[in-house]
Design a protein around this ligand. Structure first.
Ligand SMILES: [Zn+2]
Length: 92
């Protein structure tokens, strides 16, 4: 089923599958960003949350773009995302 981004709906930010050297949570499934259709990882916990709260999935890249378009939103910055990524990489 094709999903379309709805600005009024709550979103969940997911890590793109294309990110290398990232820690993938066991049992993660591939889903699609509802904005750019990039493949993203959805962890089992995220998947559960998505079903419970009817969240839409957006990739990091789209969140970074959205932040520039709408300064009222305050998702993680690109720097913060890199920081998270480094932290995850260090756990290996
Ligand atoms: Zn995207």
């Amino acid at each position: 089923m094709k999903t379309t981004f709805d600005p009024n709906k709550a979103t969940m930010v997911c890590m793109p599958v294309s990110i290398k050297d990232a820690t993938i949570v066991a049992g993660s499934i591939k889903e699609e960003c509802c904005k750019c259709e990039t493949k993203v990882w959805l962890t089992p916990e995220s998947n559960k949350m998505r079903e419970e709260k009817d969240l839409q999935i957006v990739c990091w890249d789209c969140v970074a773009k959205q932040e520039m378009e709408d300064p009222r939103l305050n998702p993680p910055s690109e720097g913060q995302l890199r920081e998270i990524l480094r932290t995850l990489a260090d756990q290996n």
